[in-house]
Design a protein around this ligand. Structure first.
Ligand code: MG
Length: 300
């Protein structure tokens, strides 16, 4: 299989990233981050999450963020909407695309979403129905595809089964997440080989964390498997709640450097992306999690 000619990056920094950062951040600063990412050429930005602010205080104000951002034609601004209540709030905020998430690990599902995998999928049925009715596209996430913080190993057939369920329910794309960042390139290839038997590769995406420093290797392995959509987070925003001090989401700048080096088109401008990451890191008073950004900034 040859490498894809173009890749779509799904920028998850404003949601998956900020959700896992401790410092509170204002609506205005979130709006600025999304606008900066739009200006850098991202075509898909996950802006917020419509979940109870009791669970995820960082995502309070997602409706205000949606109201404040510039909506550039051709760019998708999405939100997480794990249940019907969240979906309705997203709809009221003018969101045109939502995401739902399930786990491939039974133990993780119980601890994180407080229900079994089967129950979590059943919960999405009314969301999928409402989305269809309103012409809203739904993206699916599967977490813990290469390992679980509670049960350890995860069966790839189980990953394929959950991905196939989300696909059958009507998700136009399913993103497979190595939530704890333990996977290797060999495992990543087997993952996509296994899941592609049930869901076509053009409807699959990869979501890698850099906990063990393997995220870019895993993305390259995915490219070799014909996968052309990857989730990433500007400046590597978002720690890893399961491994203290570990890095979380792979940094968008680092993925872009890989893609640029392979001559794979993404439409994203490196300098503008680095500037967006630096601005938010300064606000959060934390070091930039992108190796590429740090190297470029050190060069001056
Ligand atoms: Mg993540």
């Amino acid at each position: 299989m040859s490498l894809p000619q173009s890749v779509r990056l799904v920028e998850v920094g404003p949601r998956d990233g900020l959700q896992n950062e401790k410092q509170p951040i204002s609506v205005a600063d979130k709006v600025r981050l999304v606008d900066d990412l739009t200006a850098a050429g991202l075509s898909y930005i996950e802006v917020g999450s419509f979940v109870s602010p009791k669970w995820v205080p960082q995502m309070a104000g997602s409706a205000e963020v949606f109201a404040g951002i510039q909506h550039k034609p051709g760019v998708t601004y999405a939100a997480l909407a794990p249940n019907l209540k969240g979906f309705e709030a997203a709809l009221a905020a003018g969101v045109k695309e939502v995401a739902v998430f399930a786990a491939a690990s039974e133990a993780f599902s119980q601890k994180n979403i407080n229900c079994s995998i089967k129950e979590s999928l059943e919960r999405f049925v009314p969301v999928m129905d409402a989305a269809r009715e309103h012409g809203i596209r739904v993206r699916g996430y599967v977490s813990c595809v290469l390992g679980c913080p509670y049960q350890g190993e995860v069966d790839l057939q189980q990953v394929a089964a959950v991905a196939a369920e989300l696909d059958a329910m009507g998700c136009y794309e399913v993103s497979l997440g190595d939530t704890i960042g333990v996977g290797t390139a060999g495992q990543t290839r087997r993952l996509f080989e296994t899941v592609a038997a049930k869901v076509p590769r053009e409807r699959l995406a990869g979501h890698f964390h850099d906990t063990y420093g393997q995220a870019l290797a895993n993305i390259y392995a995915s490219l070799l498997e014909g996968i052309a959509v990857f989730d990433s987070s500007v400046a590597g925003l978002g720690g890893c709640p399961y491994a203290k001090g570990a890095t979380g989401n792979v940094a968008s700048e680092d993925v872009l450097y890989l893609l640029d080096g392979l001559g794979i088109h993404s439409g994203i401008a490196m300098d503008a992306l680095i500037a967006a990451g630096q601005r938010i890191c300064a606000l959060l008073d934390k070091p930039n999690g992108s190796r590429v950004a740090r190297a470029r900034l050190a060069r001056g």
